[in-house]
Design a protein around this ligand. Structure first.
Ligand SMILES: *Cc1c(COP(=O)(O)O)cnc(C)c1O
Length: 359
């Protein structure tokens, strides 16, 4: 056998691996998974039926253009079909956006800490990450992000609300930022948690994009819509960005099952809003509970809360696990806790209270 191994791109050296939220342990104990920002509810009405129907055609390739879903989205969000692109989750679409804009020698700016896929998909492209630290209030430092723009900047992520801190960028600061970003730099508004926002000062990215050719909005069916397992998300952007997304898509990446389930979910708007409202109410209960226990918690507009625990992060996560809830630790920084079903949040609140007493 040859001593040689295939030559791999050096850009891949040291890429952080994506850490999925740990599954809930089994073994007789009650355990809840609050580590991946998933929706605790089963699929929306109509989704199971559409899935069973789609199963009959698993021998066929899906509709590559996602025509049915695109028409539905165009109508729902009042955007031209040509401004839409779908992908394998919004992570898939985000990767397509980087492939379309950045390569070796280029720079991608994003806040940090933020969504852990950003550094991975940036490094794969060969472009350099420019990570701009969050403000002391755990939000985007848009002025510092603007100051980080150079001739090499190709794309900027704005994660609104920010994963994992739950903080938001409001209309005035976003518009002032966008007014000053050079027109040839793509700004991606990642709105994975859009449906959970109740702060009226937070703009809808789809309104912001309309008269800004360098703005692209990312949305997903993984969070509020509860289809994380089907891998489907979409972008709204002007030509030529939307056209570039169609070029960088993996052919037939989005399954027919995912397309049909997304359409069925869009048609179950009422049930969706009800569930989101219940999760938002639960978020308020958890936030109030934590603040009542003495914790400092940034106000979250997403389906999770963030506790900056620093050195105590892994101890806290272990304590939660012993109590029956699996949370998401970022060692040395903090813990992100997804808002799940009420019994899970009761267990979590009790664990947090006990932990605090021992500090
Ligand atoms: C969960 C999440 C996504 C969505 O991921 P999918 O690939 O659509 O499942 C995108 N952006 C952020 C910030 C997220 O937290």
């Amino acid at each position: 056998m040859s001593e040689k191994t295939p030559k791999l791109r050096t850009a891949l050296d040291g890429i952080p691996t994506y850490k999925p939220g740990r599954p809930a342990a089994t073994g007789g104990r009650v355990a809840y998974k609050l580590s991946s920002n998933e929706n605790p509810y089963p699929p929306l009405p109509g989704v199971m039926e559409s899935a069973v129907a789609a199963a009959g055609s698993f021998n066929r390739y899906p509709d590559m253009a996602c025509a049915g879903l695109m028409a539905e989205l165009a109508e729902r969000f009042s955007v031209p079909v040509e401004h839409l692109a779908t992908g394998t989750g919004s992570v898939g679409v985000a990767q397509q956006l980087i492939q379309a804009t950045a390569g070796p020698g280029d720079e991608v700016i994003y806040p940090w800490r933020s969504f852990e896929a950003y550094p991975i998909i940036t490094q794969i492209s060969g472009a350099a990450s420019v990570k701009v630290p969050l403000t002391p209030g755990e939000g985007h430092d848009l002025e510092a992000m603007l100051a980080a723009v150079t001739d090499r900047t190709r794309l900027i992520f704005v994660c609104n609300p920010n994963n994992p801190t739950g903080t938001v960028v409001r209309r005035a600061e976003l518009e002032s930022f966008l007014d000053r970003v050079p027109g040839d730099v793509l700004v991606v508004l990642d709105e994975a948690y859009r449906e959970f926002i109740r702060d009226e000062e937070v703009p809808d990215g789809i309104e912001i994009y309309r008269d800004r050719p360098n703005v692209c909005v990312l949305r997903t069916f993984s969070k509020a819509y509860g289809l994380a397992g089907l891998r489907i998300g979409f972008a709204v952007a002007h030509e030529p960005v939307a056209a570039a997304l169609r070029k960088t898509a993996v052919p037939f990446g989005v399954s027919q099952l995912a397309q049909d389930a997304a359409v069925a979910s869009l048609r179950s708007e009422e049930a969706l809003l009800e569930r989101v409202e219940a999760l938002v109410a639960e978020r308020t209960r958890v936030f109030d509970g934590l603040v009542g226990q003495g914790w400092t918690v940034p106000e979250s507009q997403a389906n999770f809360v963030w506790l900056r625990l620093g050195e105590r992060t892994t101890d806290f996560a272990a304590a939660c696990e012993r109590a029956g809830v699996v949370v998401r630790p970022f060692p040395g920084e903090g813990v992100r806790v997804t808002i799940g079903e009420q019994p899970a949040m009761d267990l979590f609140l009790r664990a947090a209270e006990e932990f605090r007493k021992e500090l």
